[in-house]
Design a protein around this ligand. Structure first.
Ligand code: OAD
Length: 232
């Protein structure tokens, strides 16, 4: 029996840029308009939950208006021939809406809320708004199901274990600036191949077997996927 090769895709905000969703660190990115510590930390939530809820309501509205682009769709085709795991830092659901089956969200999911009393109580949000006074079944305020700066990344260990079995790792649209997520590239076996897709320079120092595609995800990924399907 032939064992299918395992491709792990590590995606960041850049893969959704061509769907109209803002990235964080590019010029004009979200962290130029907002201060992280005002909207994306536990301290911000304690100081001004309404501001935090409004910030994520705007992000959620943008996600609901967006649709998957050529890059998200190309990755679905990989499943015809390979075992594929998508590990995304994105909180949007564009990989799932494109049709990818196996998606891990390292930084949470914007279309979900969770209880501030019991983190196991996670709910799908209907529509785009989560408001002060929206409560879990235990009566506590709901917060966005997002991993904020200064919080643990609960899926990190599982993501590292999965990446350690990769034959090919594709990183796409991530500046590799945010830890611990960015450590994932070091979890891949030394024998694996690393394909990096980003129109701008990304720091890949210390990594081996790197092939750099200095292009937009929607341009590079369909070509890469076609090549992988034809040659493996
Ligand atoms: P960044 O905004 O840091 O990086 C986005 C990357 O996408 C940059 O390297 C861009 O050059 C690249 N890019 C832009 N347009 C692209 C395109 N069309 N195709 C491919 N790449 C493109 O976003 P992330 O690395 O995802 O965390 O940021 C990581 C985390 O920082 C996010 O998950 C978020 C943020 O703060 C939290 O909110 C917890």
């Amino acid at each position: 029996m032939k064992i299918r090769k395992h491709i792990v895709v590590f995606s960041g905000a850049g893969i959704s840029a061509e769907s109209g969703i803002s990235t964080f660190r590019d010029s004009g990115g979200l962290w130029e308009k907002y201060d992280v510590k005002d909207v994306a930390t536990p301290e911000a939530w304690r100081a001004n939950p309404t501001l935090v809820l409004n910030f994520y309501n705007e992000r959620r509205k943008q996600v609901l208006e967006a649709t998957p682009n050529a890059a998200h769709k190309a990755l679905v085709d990989l499943e015809k021939k390979f075992e594929v795991t998508i590990i995304t830092q994105n909180v949007d659901d564009l990989h799932e809406r494109a049709g990818s089956k196996n998606v891990i969200h390292l930084h949470g999911e914007i279309r979900k809320s969770r209880s501030t009393y019991d983190p196991q109580l996670v709910y799908k949000i209907k529509g785009w708004e989560l408001n002060p006074g929206d409560r879990c079944e235990q009566g506590s305020q709901l917060r966005p199901h997002i991993v904020w700066f200064g919080e643990m990344v609960p899926e990190m260990e599982r993501a590292q274990d999965i990446t350690s079995t990769a034959d090919i790792l594709i990183t796409v649209g991530t500046s590799l600036n945010v830890y611990p997520a960015a450590n994932l590239v070091h979890a891949a076996p030394r024998s694996s191949q690393l394909l990096v897709v980003d129109p701008n320079e990304v720091n890949v120092d210390g990594l081996q077997n790197v092939v750099y595609y200095k292009d937009k995800a929607g341009v590079a990924l369909p070509v890469i996927v076609e090549h992988l399907l034809a040659n493996y």
